[in-house]
Design a protein around this ligand. Structure first.
Ligand code: FAD
Length: 367
């Protein structure tokens, strides 16, 4: 959804003189996971988040798919990321008594004959076998999706309900008065000594370390401009598809179609809701929903079903990417107490808990 950019009114001074361990800028997936880890470790922190700036996390579909891309490759560090994500989100669910982390059935439909050959080869490879369950020939276990060349069942998929995750943590941090809603102005951040080794002061608040988790907005950060993050615009649609009956899960055929779980709709005999996504436009950072992305998504839908959709919502977000497409934790070359977690790309739900843990372990805090 397009969000107009307005500069927020800013508190001229933060009403506290107490020292804290960490100051975090940004409360998308990266910032929220880092803050929650600090909470678990009993460290003190404050989070600044500007509600008038767009956040990729507000658009994220929330899938963790271990096998992705045209060539069905293993997702980056997935063997480490999956257990870290499970541990992180389950602990959060338990502590906050909420439901965020769900198993996700994934079926990938082949779009050319050679895909089946490749999948059959990969399924025998021990590196892939934990995630590739079955290759189904064309027409087997038929469902409402058009099956041209067969399909692949992918196991260990997960779905993080990101809106619920952000909502739960925002309420928690607000209740603790740890979240300050407003723009963080780097010009007001001053080192307490020439290299910031004793910490930093920001409008009366003293912090030992600062972690910037600003997503694509890091490009405006004078301390970390050199990271050269690049934007990749992504769009997704929420749909109603009358008469399309699919079990909840993810159906992938060039793009993905998620059949959302909706027991109430089923009981009332109404159509299920679906999400269709996501487009991928390199180097583009405007937040306007585009007709070309919509057209391309709907074309993929046509290859899956002949049902006509009713579009309920069209969302846009900007994924932050590094040059090598791998997420990063960076320390400032001159000020060792300034850090960045960024470049989460298309996989923030899996990588954010892992990166937060890695940074804190590097700083000597282990859980
Ligand atoms: C269409 C789409 C679908 C996606 N689907 C998936 C998916 O299925 N699975 C998955 O894992 N990932 C998915 N992603 C990717 C995921 O959204 C990103 O990897 C992730 O959200 C990045 O999180 P972040 O915290 O780094 O950045 P963001 O979520 O962008 O958060 C940055 C925050 O910093 C704040 N901020 C920035 N500058 C300042 C400042 N100066 N002062 C105060 N606050 C500031 C912003 O307000 C914002 O809240 C998708 C992305 C898109 C666009």
């Amino acid at each position: 959804m397009y969000k107009a950019y307005t500069r927020p009114t800013h508190p001229s001074a933060i009403k506290t003189n107490s020292d804290i361990d960490f100051l975090i800028v940004g409360s998308g997936l990266a910032g929220s996971c880092t803050a929650w880890k600090l909470e678990q470790l009993g460290l003190s922190y404050r989070i600044f988040n500007d509600p008038n700036r767009d956040a990729a996390s507000e658009t994220a579909a929330g899938f963790i798919n271990p096998i992705t891309g045209k060539w069905m490759t293993k997702s980056w560090q997935i063997d480490q990321l999956l257990p870290a994500a499970k541990d992180f989100y389950s602990t959060l669910e338990h502590k906050l008594q909420c439901s965020i982390y769900h198993p996700l059935a994934i079926r990938r439909y082949f779009i050319r004959a050679t895909d089946a050959v490749r999948a059959l080869r990969k399924i025998k490879n021990p590196r892939f076998s934990p995630y590739l369950k079955t290759v189904l020939p064309r027409g087997e276990r038929a469902c409402a999706i058009e099956d041209s060349y067969g399909s692949l069942i992918i196991s260990q998929g997960q779905w993080v309900d990101v809106p619920e995750f952000l909502h739960q943590l925002k309420s928690y941090f607000k209740k603790k008065a740890s979240l300050i809603e407003g723009a963080f102005d780097c010009a007001q951040l001053k080192p307490l000594d020439p290299l910031g080794q004793s910490g930093w002061t920001y409008r009366g608040l003293k912090a030992k370390r600062v972690v910037f988790c600003q997503g694509i907005h890091s490009r405006e950060n004078p301390f970390f401009k050199h990271l050269n993050l690049k934007p990749i615009k992504g769009e997704l649609l929420t749909l109603e598809l009358p008469e399309l009956h699919l079990s909840p899960g993810l159906y992938h055929k060039k793009h993905w179609l998620q059949a959302l779980p909706n027991a109430c709709a089923e009981a009332a005999g109404r159509s299920h809701r679906f999400r269709l996504g996501a487009s991928y436009e390199e180097g583009v950072s405007d937040l306007t929903p585009s007709s070309s992305a919509k057209k391309s998504l709907l074309k993929s839908l046509e290859a899956m079903t002949d049902r006509r959709p009713r579009i309920l919502e069209h969302k846009v977000g900007i994924r932050p990417y590094t040059e090598d497409a791998q997420p990063l934790i960076a320390q400032h070359p001159q000020y060792p107490s300034l850090y960045v977690i960024n470049g989460l790309g298309s996989k923030g739900t899996a990588s954010a808990p892992y990166l937060a843990r890695q940074l804190l372990q590097k700083l000597g805090y282990s859980d």
